[in-house]
Each structure stands twice: as structure tokens, then as C-alpha cells.
Ligand binder design. Structure first.
Ligand code: B12
Ligand code: SF4
Ligand code: SF4
Length: 390
């Protein structure tokens, strides 16, 4: 998005401009800023093309749509002469892994337990971009997440840190609880030295992944990642990932949570990025009862609203199926006649974790016999044929 600052009385360049912008960035709550040039990562087009060729983006078709612009800042905006990359901390107050043992609760990724960072970051980047434009007398464009910009490799090139084996950007000063944003500027600037990797022989993030989503260090297959499956993926979650999901109902933090560099992370500087208490460990029983209006009211202003109620309920029902708590199992039965086939299908799967063959057959006679949706019919078939030990 273009941002225009007020007409400058006096313009700045080089180190003076950087000092001014850096001071304003700190005041806005950014914990790190780095500078790079648009052509600093020549390997980008090749690496993005290889990732897309493997189909690792799954249903995120938008990743391929403007791949040329994504891999090359100058293709997105020919005037770009420098890239300013910014990071904001969202370090969680407690270890996200602790919540995985509380099976009657839903685990929401740390970044989503608070205000939508797109909103918060976009406001700050617009303000900073306007300031940079005014002080440099040159136009800028600001980007957060949704634009075709590869923020992590640009952040590494700008010296903010390095892409770890989990592919996320981390640094020795801030760990990996960082959100990124970029400002493209038409003002040429001296770039920072690129970040250097400090993963060494560590592989904690690769080993902890519950779904084996890393085909190799530094490479992620999104199709196997619970963050993708619970947030981006629209249809039923493939059977092989349902048990490993445990109680993760929106995103996943496992590979981030185990990184040893997090001991240096600082708390979020902006109060709007503080976690909401009611999203820290919400009871599954409560979430299972959300209709569309209640879902929207509860998650307004947070990233969770992105999935919509039906996809969210799909995730909640899988968590219920994994909870091993018969009281929760009863909540799954309430959704066997849900208007959404996505929800009905997962209710069948969850119910089958609790009921024996004859109870399931009775429910099928009541709810499943007239089912028109092919996915839900397939869930009933699998449930009725299921070995009760699995
Ligand atoms: C698509 C996407 C996803 C997808 C795919 C993730 C991925 N790793 O690509 C899914 C839905 C899975 C996802 C999940 C998450 N995401 Co996301 N996501 C994005 C998005 C929109 C694009 C990322 C992208 O370009 N991927 C394409 C691949 C090709 O890029 P890549 O990972 O950089 O791949 C590089 C490596 O493969 C490397 N490589 C290949 N071979 C080799 C070999 C060697 C030796 C080396 C060194 C490197 C290397 O080269 C590639 C290019 O640099 C960015 C925002 C943005 N616009 O950048 C946010 C972003 C990456 N996500 C973010 C977050 C917070 C998350 C989650 C933590 C959320 C959660 N808790 O659930 C998880 C983390 C999961 C993980 N381990 O990555 C943050 C990360 C911030 C940071 N500190 O890095 C970003 C930057 C959003 C933001 N504005 O802050 N995300
Ligand atoms: S976010 Fe979770 S599922 Fe995705 S790669 Fe990391 S540990 Fe694996
Ligand atoms: S957990 Fe270890 S391997 Fe993974 S990013 Fe952190 S330091 Fe690197």
C-alpha cells in the first residue's frame, strides 16, 4: 500500500535518515529494524519455485499467483531502492507446550491469542512509512503478510537474524516470537550485513513437530503443518493428522516453543499485543457451543475469526475426539445434525472415539442414513468400520 508523508521542508539521507527512522520505530514498539537492497537474495526465485513445484503450498493458491513479484521486490514495485524490515515481539507469558497436556482445553497459537497483528502492524508501518517518506522526500510502500513479499528471507538479508531450521526468522536477541513487516522505499540506503545462522547442531524444532512437516532442515511442507491444516485448509482435515493434532485448535507453536534462543526474548512492547485471558486456555465444551454469531463476537479483532465458525468447529471437534473425556464426547453428538457438512463430518469422527459399534449404528440410523454430503457419508462409513482400539 502506498503511503504519502507530508511535503518535506527538509529531507534527510544515509545515516541521518536511518537514525531518525530507527528512533521512531522504537517509539512505535518495534524491537528490531534492518535494511537491505531489493536484489540481496538472488536465490529467492529459485527457492520459491522449488517449493511451489513440490506443491508444498497446498491450497494456498495465492502463493503461486504472483510468485514473480513475491520472489523479487523490484518486480512488485520497480521504484524500490531499499527494503526496511521491522520486527515486533509477541513473546508468550507461559510455555505454549504446557497447554497441550490440558486435553479439555483448546490450544490457540500465541500470535492468535491477541489482537490481529495485521491490524496493529499495518497501523504502525503506515505511520513509520509516512514518516520515512516525509523525511526522505521519496515514496514508500508498506507490506504486512498478505502482500506478495517474502518477509523472512528479506529480514535475514537485512540482518534481523536468520531463518532457523523451522524456517521462521529468529535472532540471538529476541528468539523467534517475532512478527515481521516491510517497507519498500525509493530512497537508496546503505544495507546492513545479512544475518548469520546460529542453529548449529540443534534440531529441537525438527524433532518436536507432531506431523513430520519438515522434509529437511530449513524446508517446510505446509500440507503437513498443523498451522496450515487448522487455519488455511478449508475441507476436512485428513485422518492421519487428526490424532497428532491433540488439542491444537488454531495454529501450532511447537517448533517455536522449543527453540533455545527464546530465553533472550523480550515481552511485547505494545499493550495491544498482550494476550487475552479468555483465549489462553478456553474450555472445549464452551467452544463447541458457539454458533456463528457467538463465534464472531468471541473472536472479533483476533486472527481466529479468519477461519469462520465452521472450520473452527471442525478443529474443536477433533480436539474433543482426542480429549478422552466422555462428558466432552456428548458435546460432539450435538453436532451430528449441524447445518455444516464440515462440522457434521468431524462430529461423526469425534463421536466414534467414544461410542461402541451398536451405539454408533443407532446414531447412524437417526442422523446418517439420509446424509447427502459425500464427505460426511465417508466419515460414517469409516466410523462404522472402525476398530474400537484405534
Ligand atoms: C505462507 C505462510 C505460512 C504457511 C507456510 C509457512 C512457511 N514456512 O512457508 C503456514 C500456514 C504453514 C504458516 C505457518 C506459520 N506462520 Co506463517 N506465513 C506465511 C507467509 C504468508 C509466507 C511465507 C512464505 O513465503 N513461504 C514460502 C517459503 C518458500 O518460504 P520460506 O519459508 O522462506 O522458505 C525458505 C526456505 O525453504 C529456504 N531454503 C530452502 N532451501 C534451503 C536450504 C538452506 C540450506 C537454507 C539455509 C534455506 C533454504 O529458502 C526459502 C526461501 O527463503 C508469511 C508472511 C510473508 N508474506 O512472508 C507468514 C509468516 C512466515 N508466518 C508467520 C508465523 C508467525 C507463522 C506461525 C508461527 C503461526 C502459528 N503459530 O501457527 C507458523 C509457523 C510454522 C513454520 N514452522 O513455518 C510469521 C513468521 C515471523 C518470523 N519470525 O519469521 C510471518 C513472517 C508473518 C508475519 N508477517 O510475521 N505460515
Ligand atoms: S507449526 Fe507445528 S505442525 Fe507446523 S511445522 Fe511447526 S511443529 Fe510442525
Ligand atoms: S530449535 Fe534449534 S534448530 Fe530450530 S531454529 Fe531454534 S536453534 Fe535452530
Amino acid at each position: 500500500m502506498s503511503v504519502q508523508g507530508p511535503t518535506p521542508k527538509r529531507t534527510f539521507a544515509g545515516a541521518d535518515l536511518r537514525r531518525l527512522v530507527e528512533a521512531r520505530a522504537r517509539a512505535l514498539g518495534f524491537c528490531a529494524l534492518g535494511l537491505t537492497t531489493p536484489d540481496a537474495v538472488p536465490l529467492l526465485p529459485e527457492r520459491l519455485a522449488a517449493w511451489l513445484a513440490q506443491g508444498a503450498q497446498g491450497e494456498m493458491g495465492w502463493m503461486a499467483e504472483r510468485a514473480d513479484q513475491r520472489a523479487d521486490p523490484a518486480t512488485l514495485w520497480p521504484e524500490v531502492a531499499s527494503v526496511w524490515v521491522l520486527a515486533m515481539s509477541y513473546r508468550p507469558e507461559s510455555d505454549p507446550l504446557d497447554l497441550l497436556a490440558r486435553r479439555d482445553r483448546g490450544a490457540i497459537a500465541a500470535y492468535a491469542q491477541r489482537r490481529d497483528y495485521h491490524e496493529v502492524l499495518k497501523g504502525k508501518l503506515k505511520e513509520l512509512g509516512g514518516y520515512l517518506s516525509a523525511k526522505s522526500g521519496r515514496p514508500v510502500k508498506v507490506f504486512v503478510d498478505t502482500a506478495p513479499v517474502m518477509e523472512k528471507p528479506l529480514a535475514e538479508a537485512a540482518g534481523l537474524g536468520w531463518q532457523g531450521k523451522h524456517t521462521v526468522l529468529l535472532s540471538r536477541e529476541h528468539g523467534n516470537w517475532l512478527l515481521l513487516g516491510a517497507i519498500y522505499s525509493a530512497a537508496a540506503m546503505e544495507p546492513d550485513a545479512p544475518g548469520r545462522g546460529h542453529c548449529g547442531s540443534c534440531r529441537a524444532c525438527l524433532d518436536v513437530c507432531p506431523t513430520d512437516a519438515f522434509p529437511a532442515p530449513y524446508r517446510l511442507d505446509a500440507r503437513r503443518c498443523l498451522s496450515y491444516l487448522t487455519i488455511e485448509h478449508a475441507g476436512p482435515i485428513p485422518e492421519e493428522f487428526r490424532r497428532p493434532m491433540g488439542n491444537r485448535i488454531f495454529g501450532c507453536d511447537d517448533c517455536l516453543a522449543v527453540c533455545p534462543w527464546n530465553k533472550f526474548a523480550h515481552a511485547a512492547a505494545d499493550a495491544r499485543m498482550s494476550a487475552r485471558d479468555d483465549l489462553a486456555a478456553p474450555p472445549l465444551a464452551e467452544l463447541a457451543g458457539l454458533d456463528d454469531a457467538a463465534f464472531r463476537a468471541r473472536f472479533a479483532g483476533t486472527p481466529v475469526k479468519r477461519t469462520g465458525r465452521d472450520r473452527f468447529l471442525r478443529n474443536v471437534l477433533i480436539a474433543i475426539g482426542n480429549a478422552g473425556d466422555p462428558a466432552l464426547g456428548a458435546a460432539a453428538l450435538d453436532h451430528l445434525a449441524d447445518p455444516s457438512p464440515l462440522v457434521r463430518g468431524m462430529a461423526v469422527w469425534a463421536a466414534a472415539r467414544y461410542l461402541d459399534g451398536s451405539a454408533l449404528a443407532a446414531l447412524h440410523a437417526r442422523h446418517g442414513a439420509g446424509e447427502a454430503d459425500p464427505h460426511v457419508r465417508a466419515e460414517w462409513r469409516a466410523a462404522l468400520a472402525r476398530d474400537p482400539e484405534t
